[in-house]
Structure formats: structure tokens, C-alpha cells
Unconditional design. Structure first.
Length: 413
């Protein structure tokens, strides 16, 4: 069959390359993805897309897929079964539009006596039109303990509702969400939300197409542990890929060590920053404790001089109601003035904000004692006052009449 396919498609050589899938935190190669490589009669490398489009036109796509899958499994089994690495195979989308083809890959695995515990099947769900057959196949794989991965999430028209419906074992993020992620805060926010979603579903999130150390370090910081891409390894032919393992493991170890060092440094910087803020806030609270409510605006203006990167300050009463204007740095007078993003005014209710909910249980007696006064630092969020991303630091204080208040400081984040 293989010679007939080669002649039909004008191929001189057809083989399988393998690319490592790794875990940084456990310092190991956990799987290899099988990738088809073909050369034409002029000995020029053909792109996989060109190869399969041509096979589809010449109505031999099923035969080509069968040959590629059998070859990938056989060559992998020779080298990697004893090492208990997982083989990841891509499934064609037509598999889910033809009842006769749905179980073909499972039949191949059975006939070749390949350990199904070492198999992962990748599905690009955006190309599948028959959702019922897709779900049926994924459920069958789950029953047989075969891993299922959703490929290219984030590319074109990937559907989150399908992700929730299928509950795959692995979700592979497309390169479009990975490229230069260390330079793009919004990309980071999207990937962070995917990390949280996959954690909730019980799926492993894998970053595909990682090409630089900066991308990998950023993704590790966002909570991703599994990677595939040129930074760790290029696809290698069946006769060579297992020889690259020591080099790959060295890259994994060095990257992991650098990530740990970066975490320690970042934690130290963050701790130092917020400790400094807390210390300065205590000094401000001492000043506010000597003034009356009517003078809060003046004192807040002075307080902001202590903080170069603070956007604004405001004060709440013990019920969470804002009692002062939102005071800005003199040099940061420019802020959003539309109806959606605008600074809060006296009388605004903040009682449902996380920082107030946290501080509310502290009694008035504790609030009077500056040593017992708790601090709170919010998560990063979009400020309604400025329209920018910020974090809020807040703490209790009492004014000259011993009336309790909460000082709030917003910092650009």
C-alpha cells in the first residue's frame, strides 16, 4: 500500500518525526507527538498541510492516515515503550463524520498490541461538525483509559462550551496565545483564566509552540507546567529522537532552576514593596488619627506624596460607605471620565468589595490599636476610578474622635 500511496502523491520518502512534550516541575519528558514528514520526488520537504490536502484531492486520505498511524506506533514502540513514555497521535476530523472510521485508530492500536495506557489522541475540535459523534468517541476513550487532548485551543473558532462538554485529559494552547506572551498583559490574563478553567475541570494545560525561554518562564509563572516547542526540542526523525533526551533534560533543569530563582526574587520584591506601603500607611494613619473627618481630603493629598506609584486614595466608614472624595496624585490628574469608569464620590457603597468584607469583622476596639490593625491587599482588578489595572491596599484607623475608618490606596499594577 505504501508504494502505491507514494506514487499517487509523488512522494519519494514518508516517515515519522517525534517532538518531546515535557514537564518542567518534574524535570522529565512525559510524551512525544508523532509528526508526519514527506519529501517529494525532487527531494524537497513537503509541508504536512500540502501533503494531506493533496491526499484528500486524490481520494487517498484514509489510506495515508492509516500508513502514518501504523508507522508512528511501530517505530515508537521499538524505542520508547520500555521507558513508559506516552505517544501522542493526531486524529483527522473526518473520523467523526463517518461511522465506519470512528474506531479505526482503536483497531490499529489493538492489532499492533500497543499499550493503550501509553497513548494520547489529539483532536482539533474546531474542524469537527458532528458534535454527538465527537462526544461519543471521547467518552469511549475515557472508558478505555486512553488519554484525549484538545489541540490548538485559541486558534480560529475553538469553542469553550465543547471543552466543558468533552472534559479532555489535556488541553493544548495554540501558538497564537503563546507567542511573546511575556510582553502582553492581556495575553497573560487569557492564559491565566485558561489555567483556572482547566484546573477546575481536572484537565492538564499544555503550552504548544514555545520558542523562547522568556515565554516559558512567563507561562510557568501563570501556572503552566507542560510544554512542547522548539525551545526544548525540534521534531527529530525516528532514528534520532531518543538520542536527544539528555540535552532536553538539561534544558528542562536549567529552565526550572531559573524559574525558582526568579520566583524567590519576585517574592522578595513584592514583600518589600508591600511592607514599605504598610509602614508608610501606619504613618499616614497616625496623621489621620489627629484630624477630623472634615480634613480627610487635605490629609489624603499629603499622604499621596509618600507614594510615587499610588494612583489615588479614599476613605470608607465602618459600614463601607465612602466618606471622602477620591483624591488623585497632582501629576496624575488625567483619568477616565466616562460614565462607566469614573472616580467614586462620597456616599458610594463599597460594602461588597473584597477588601471591606475582609476588614469588617475587626472590631472597633481592635481598630483603635494600631498594632492590632490588619492590612489587606486586593487581587489585581480594573479600577473604576482610573480605568487601569490596579491593586488596593487598605487598613483601619481612627480619627481624633475615635471614630473608625478605612484608608484605601490604589496602586498601578
Amino acid at each position: 500500500m505504501i508504494n502505491k500511496i507514494k506514487d499517487t502523491l509523488g512522494i519519494s520518502q514518508l516517515t515519522t518525526f517525534y517532538q518531546a512534550i515535557i514537564s518542567v516541575k518534574t524535570h522529565e519528558i512525559i510524551a512525544y507527538e508523532a509528526l508526519v514528514r514527506a519529501w517529494n520526488t525532487s527531494n524537497e520537504l513537503m509541508s504536512p498541510d500540502t501533503l494531506f490536502i493533496n491526499a484528500h484531492k486524490k481520494q487517498c486520505i484514509r489510506e495515508l492516515d492509516h500508513i502514518c498511524q501504523v508507522h508512528a506506533i511501530q517505530m515508537f514502540a521499538k524505542e520508547q515503550t520500555a521507558k513508559r513514555k506516552i505517544l501522542s497521535l493526531n486524529l483527522p476530523c473526518y473520523l467523526f463524520s463517518d461511522n465506519n472510521d470512528q474506531h479505526s485508530i482503536l483497531d490499529i492500536v489493538h492489532n499492533l498490541q500497543f499499550d493503550k495506557d501509553l497513548l494520547m489522541l489529539e483532536i482539533c475540535e474546531e474542524d469537527v461538525t458532528d458534535e454527538a459523534k465527537l462526544l461519543e468517541f471521547v467518552q469511549l476513550c475515557h472508558e478505555k483509559k486512553i488519554l484525549v487532548a484538545i489541540d490548538d485551543l485559541g486558534k480560529k473558532f475553538s469553542n469553550l462550551d465543547r471543552l466543558v462538554m468533552l472534559l479532555p485529559d489535556v488541553v493544548k494552547l495554540d501558538r497564537c496565545l503563546i507567542k511573546n506572551i511575556h510582553k502582553n498583559r492581556m495575553q497573560q490574563a487569557v492564559v491565566k483564566s485558561m489555567v483556572e478553567l482547566c484546573n477546575s475541570m481536572g484537565s492538564l494545560l499544555l503550552a504548544e509552540g514555545t520558542e523562547t525561554k522568556e515565554e516559558v518562564l512567563c507561562l510557568l509563572d501563570l501556572g503552566i507546567n507542560y510544554f512542547q516547542g522548539f525551545y526544548f526540542s525540534h521534531p527529530a526523525p525516528e532514528s534520532e529522537f531518543h538520542f536527544n533526551e539528555n540535552r532536553i533534560l538539561s534544558i528542562i533543569e536549567n529552565t526550572g532552576n531559573e524559574f525558582v530563582a526568579n520566583c524567590k526574587t519576585n517574592l522578595q520584591h513584592k514583600r518589600l514593596f508591600w511592607e514599605t506601603v504598610s509602614q508608610k500607611a501606619k504613618l499616614i494613619c497616625k496623621q489621620l488619627s489627629k484630624s477630623q473627618e472634615a480634613l480627610h481630603k487635605t490629609e489624603l493629598r499629603k499622604a499621596l506624596l509618600f507614594f510615587e506609584n499610588a494612583d489615588c486614595a479614599y476613605i470608607l466608614d465602618q459600614k463601607g460607605i465612602q466618606v471622602s472624595p477620591t483624591v488623585f496624585q497632582e501629576e496624575k490628574k488625567s483619568y477616565s471620565t466616562n460614565k462607566f469608569f469614573a472616580p467614586a464620590i462620597p456616599g458610594t457603597d463599597h460594602s461588597q468589595k473584597d477588601y471591606f468584607i475582609y476588614l469588617k469583622p475587626w472590631t472597633e476596639e481592635m481598630a483603635k490599636n494600631i498594632e492590632l490593625r490588619p492590612d489587606f491587599i486586593s487581587h489585581r482588578y480594573r479600577s473604576m476610578a482610573t480605568g487601569t489595572t490596579c491593586q488596593t491596599f487598605c487598613c483601619w484607623f481612627t480619627d481624633i474622635t475615635q471614630k473608625p475608618f478605612i484608608l484605601c490606596l490604589d496602586f498601578t499594577s
